[in-house]
Design a binder for this molecule. Structure first.
Ligand code: F6P
Length: 323
C-alpha cells in the first residue's frame, strides 16, 4: 500500500483535527503518501482529493471543527454516487481509506467496502458517543464540558429566581451527552431517547420535588427525547403547573465547536496512529476504539448496530444523587 486517504464526514466534532494530524504524521512515518478528501463522501464523489504533508497539519491539534471540512452526502447513499466515488479513488490511485466520523459515516463505509473492497479503517468522530466498540468517541468529552459550562451558568440564574429550567442538549438518537452532563451538572432529571418517559411522569416528579421544598430544577432534555423538545415540554408543563416559574434553553451547535479537551486530543492522536498501522497490517472494515484504556477494533457493522449497556446505571446516578 503506497497511497492512502483520510476524510472527515457527518457532524464535525472537536478533536477531528487532532485525528487528521495523527493520521497524516503516522502515514509519513511509514513512508506512505497521504491524501485528504475534502467534505467527506461529497468530496470523494467530486474528486476533491489533495496531497497532504506534515506541514499541512501543523498548528491544528488545538482547533475545533475539521480542516478537511465535512458534509452529509445524499449522493453517496445511491449506487451511482458510490460508483463515482470509487472511480475517483481509482484515478487518484488511492488504495486505502481512513474515515473519521459517526454512525452515518460507518454505515456508508461498510456498504462501500462490501461493494468495492477498498481497505477502510474508521476513527470514531462524533460528539454523540453513540458507537459500540469505544468508551469515548472523539469530541464527546469536549461537547459535555461545553454543555456543563452552560448548565452551571443556567443553574446560577435558576437558583436565584427559584425557576425550573428545561435545557436541551444534542443527541438525535442518543442520550449520552444528556446523561453525562446531567450527572456532572447535578441535574434533577434527565430525559433521553433510550428510556422513553411521559409528560405525566415529568409533572409528577416536579410536583414531588416541589413538595420536598426544592425550589429550582434543572431538567436535561436530549434532542431525540420522545415527548418533544425542551420548548414543547416546558410549555406543556407550564400549562399544568402554572405556579412554577418555567424557562427553557437549547444549547444547540455551540456543543459542536471549540478547542478539544485534553482527553479528545489524546484519544484522537492514539486512534489516528492505530488506524494507519491497522490499515498497513491488512485490517479493514473496522473501527478503532479505546476500551478500558486499550486499543480495540470492532467491525463497522457492529459499531452502529450493537448497544452499550451503561444507560440504566447512569440514570440511577442522576435520580439518586438529585434527591
Ligand atoms: O451527530 C452529531 C449531531 O450534533 C447530533 O447530536 C445532532 O442531532 C446532529 O448532529 C445535528 O446535525 P446537523 O448539524 O446536520 O443539523
Amino acid at each position: 500500500m503506497k497511497n492512502i486517504a483520510v476524510f472527515t464526514s457527518g457532524g464535525d466534532a472537536p478533536g477531528m483535527n487532532a485525528c487528521v494530524r495523527a493520521v497524516v504524521r503516522a502515514a509519513i512515518h511509514n513512508n506512505i503518501n497521504i491524501y485528504g478528501i475534502y467534505r467527506g463522501y461529497e468530496g470523494m464523489i467530486k474528486g476533491d482529493i489533495r496531497p497532504l504533508t506534515s506541514q499541512s497539519v501543523s498548528n491544528i491539534i488545538q482547533r475545533g471543527g475539521t480542516v478537511l471540512k465535512s458534509a452529509r452526502s445524499d449522493d453517496f447513499r445511491t449506487k451511482e454516487g458510490r460508483q463515482k466515488a470509487y472511480d475517483q479513488l481509482k484515478s487518484h490511485n488511492i488504495e486505502g481509506l481512513i474515515a473519521i466520523g459517526g454512525n452515518g459515516t460507518f454505515t456508508g463505509a461498510a456498504i462501500f467496502h462490501q461493494e468495492y473492497g477498498i481497505p477502510t479503517i474508521g476513527c470514531p468522530g462524533t460528539i454523540d458517543n453513540d458507537l459500540y466498540g469505544t468508551d469515548f468517541t472523539i469530541g464527546f468529552d469536549t461537547a459535555v464540558n461545553t454543555a456543563l459550562d452552560a448548565i452551571d451558568k443556567i443553574r446560577d440564574t435558576a437558583d436565584s429566581h427559584d425557576r425550573v429550567f428545561f435545557i436541551e442538549v444534542m443527541g438525535r438518537d442518543s442520550g449520552y451527552i444528556a446523561l453525562r452532563s446531567a450527572i456532572g451538572g447535578g441535574a434533577e432529571m434527565v430525559l433521553i431517547p433510550e428510556k422513553p418517559d411521559s409528560l405525566e411522569n415529568v409533572i409528577e416528579r416536579l410536583k414531588h420535588g416541589w413538595g420536598r421544598h426544592k425550589r429550582s430544577f434543572i431538567v436535561i432534555v436530549a434532542e431525540g427525547e420522545e415527548i418533544g423538545n425542551a420548548a414543547f415540554i416546558s410549555q406543556k408543563v407550564k400549562a399544568q403547573l402554572p405556579e412554577l416559574d418555567i424557562r427553557f434553553s437549547n444549547l444547540g451547535h455551540v456543543q459542536r465547536g471549540g478547542a478539544p479537551s485534553a482527553l479528545d486530543r489524546v484519544i484522537a492522536s492514539r486512534m489516528g496512529l492505530s488506524a494507519v498501522e491497522a490499515l498497513l497490517s491488512g485490517k479493514t472494515d473496522m473501527m478503532v476504539g479505546i476500551v478500558n484504556g486499550r486499543i480495540k477494533f470492532t467491525p463497522f457493522a457492529e459499531t452502529f448496530k450493537k448497544k452499550r449497556e451503561q444507560i440504566a446505571e447512569m440514570i440511577k446516578l442522576v435520580e439518586v444523587l438529585s434527591k
